[in-house]
Design a protein around this ligand. Sequence first.
Ligand code: 6MZ
Length: 355
Amino acid sequence: MEWIHPMPKIELHAHLNGSIRDTTLLELARVLGEKGVIVFSDVEDVIQKNDRSLDEVFKLFDLIHMITTDHQTVTRITREVVQDFALENVVYLELRTTPKRNDSIGMSKRSYMEAVIKGLRSISEVDVEFVAATDSEKLHNSCDGVGRKKIYVRLLLSIDRRETTESAMETVKLALEMRNVGVVGIDLSGNPLVGEWNTFLPALQFAKDNDLYITLHCGEVPNPKEIQAMLDFKPHRVGHACFFKDQDWEKLKSFRIPVEICLSSNIITKSISSIDIHHFADLYKAKHPLVICTDDFGVFSTTLSNEYSLAVRSFGLGKRETFALAKSGIDATFAEDEVKQQLGLIFDSASPEYV
Ligand code: 6MZ
């Protein structure tokens, strides 16, 4: 399946701090170990473990955040994550991250996001387009582009389920202020066993009323009432959808809400017990809009190409069908129409290889 790597791909569900290179994480952990902030050998084992329950994943995120949350590191990991996706021929990336406040180092949610933007601006190996094409603030790197990889990047600000209504609202307001630098929407994520839907609803409704796009982690654990309430909210996309019942599938399908499918993540965290019963198969057969994504390529030691290979092997997709599936992701993006058109042209020019 050597044809999957060069195929243009769209990534819509990638968490910044879940997508850090292992090598970078180990390097940063080693430095903190030398400073006596952490015990490196303990951390090394946790980082290199491959099999993790959902609970362990969130413990790992707390550790990752300890290691990564300073401005310089946020800038560095943003640069590396975008480069890694571009080198994999991801042509459009919606990258999500939770703006964080850390008073002890003078970090506000805004300065955290400015560090992310700085990371996007600092990329020189590939061409990055992250501000709306109509924006006067044109991007660096818009050189001739010949032979260079180009990636469109848009940002989603995540609300962590541990946050209060006020804190969630602060994130939404920040997103509205940062629309001119590529922020297109809001994600609700974090440990699905924590927090109540009603805590986040006012901020999410405010976001929707102000034309931000919304994607929700939905049904990552069994929670029938929350799943129904989330679907009634009519988000623009949902992620995971692992614990849906018949009535949830009916609603999802009648509203045509696209699903972000994260195969390795669902299998490793045991949200789905085995790949052959993954809901990808049913949704694909029903021609329901879906997009294959990585979730956290660092934490789950995967790549987007690997996720496509897994789908091809597990569900018997052919080359042409896989290409059509990748291309269909354009409609599920939160990008401006002009970008969607450009993406259509990119896929069209690659299509002779995939017939
Ligand atoms: C729910 C997840 C997640 O925002 O610090 N996150 N939330 N389910 C998942 N499935 C495994 N994977 C990642 O990236 C890390 C944060 O993304 C969310 C969690 O809130 C995690 O702390 P950022 O860049």
